[in-house]
Design a protein around this ligand. Structure first.
Ligand SMILES: [Zn+2]
Length: 374
């Protein structure tokens, strides 16, 4: 029994798991303004935090990845000192904990923070220290969260091998894996093959932005050449799924592989609408992929640019697809199963935190329904 539909407040109290969130896409608008003032960054479109928040989330969906990426010029612009990086990392963890997230992997590209002379190792150590500080603060407030970093290399640059080496070097200090991001068209994943091969040789973890705006070849290269364990987005896998007039569904070889092997899809519905990868939330393939039992996870991508939290994203999915607690629990367990976190620790969170948390919320909502019917 699904009970009454979840409210935003209830979803916020549920123990959720987030695998795809960018550090430079989740700053608080007030922090952007304050850091710009402190560090003499003059490029902001406005210094009013409210207006700035609205500027980041355009009223009309932008439906254009290039325009969407413009916001990062400003966030990255103010993240060029250790003080700024530490603050942003700490606040990120606090914000995720406030949203009821119990485990998160937050990614960032060290190479984007070197404009004022910071070294790559210094950048990684500073962000990890900010995460530690945020986790300590969250635990103290009674909302513990585990946050791990993913190091991202930029598709359009040539530093991926160096970033992969960096990720491996910090694997015991809070880095959980490696990723490649940036515009897909013209930059196939195989350009970074040596980096992925290094990660594989080191028995480390990799995810890869693939199949967001670009289609199946990008997903195929990510999985079969780069050995990515998860797909950042991967939403275009639907191009390999056909539905006949009688409703019967046929999966192509790649879609079958993705489902058979339980390859996690790090889906980011609102972000996909804003970048134009999908026309509307209602038309987002997440509903279809969930019905077909792909290993679906739901993610924020960029909380600032998309104006979302994981809870608000889940609420919108419930409203759009009629989902309830069972679906939200399924998504959260899927995400925890797919985390780059040791098996024992994953099990401990699934059985000790995620399942009991959702079971209790499901029972409460069923109780409310039966009390209403009585
Ligand atoms: Zn992303």
């Amino acid at each position: 029994m699904q009970g009454s539909p979840p409210t935003l407040e209830q979803i916020r109290s549920a123990p959720k798991v987030l695998l795809h969130d960018h550090l430079d896409g989740g700053l608080r608008p007030t922090t952007v303004v304050e850091l710009a003032a402190e560090h003499g960054y003059t490029g902001l479109p406005t210094t009013d935090p409210g207006e700035l928040a609205r500027w980041f989330v355009a009223d009309e969906p932008r439906r254009d990845l290039v325009r969407y990426l413009e916001g990062f010029t400003h966030t990255v612009g103010v993240m060029q000192t250790t003080a700024a990086l530490e603050r942003v990392a700490t606040e990120c963890v606090e914000d995720l904990a406030d949203d009821g997230i119990v485990y998160a992997e937050v990614r960032f590209a060290p190479e984007l923070h070197t404009d004022h002379g910071l070294g790559l190792e210094e950048i990684v150590e500073t962000v990890l220290s900010g995460f530690e500080r945020g986790m300590a603060a969250a635990a103290k407030r009674g909302s513990p969260v585990v946050v791990r970093a993913l190091l991202t290399a930029m598709r359009s640059a040539a530093r991926s091998l160096e970033i992969a080496e960096l990720a491996v070097r910090y694997r015991d200090a809070g880095v959980a894996g490696f990723d490649v991001a940036g515009p897909e068209a013209g930059y196939p994943p195989t350009r970074h093959l040596d980096a992925f091969q290094l990660v594989q040789r080191e028995s480390f973890h990799a995810t890869l932005h693939a199949g967001e705006a670009f289609g199946l070849p990008s997903i195929w290269e990510a999985l079969q050449w780069c050995s990515a364990e998860r797909l950042g987005h991967g939403v275009r896998i639907v191009d390999d799924i056909s539905v006949a007039d009688d409703g019967s569904v046929r999966l192509g070889r790649l879609a079958s592989y993705v489902r058979d092997r339980r390859v996690p899809l790090e889906l980011c519905p609102t972000s996909n609408v804003h970048t134009g990868a999908v026309p509307s939330l209602h038309e987002h393939p997440i509903g279809h992929l969930r019905r077909l039992q792909f290993r679906v996870t739901v993610n924020t991508d960029n909380r600032l640019m998309s104006g979302v939290t994981l809870s608000s994203e889940m609420l919108r999915l419930c409203e759009t697809f009629g989902w309830g607690w069972d679906d939200l629990a399924w998504l959260s367990i899927n995400a925890m199963k797919s985390a780059f976190y040791p098996f024992d620790d994953r099990l401990a969170l699934i059985n000790g935190v995620v399942k009991p948390g959702f079971a209790s919320l499901t029972a409460q909502s069923a109780f409310r329904v039966s009390a209403t019917l009585r």
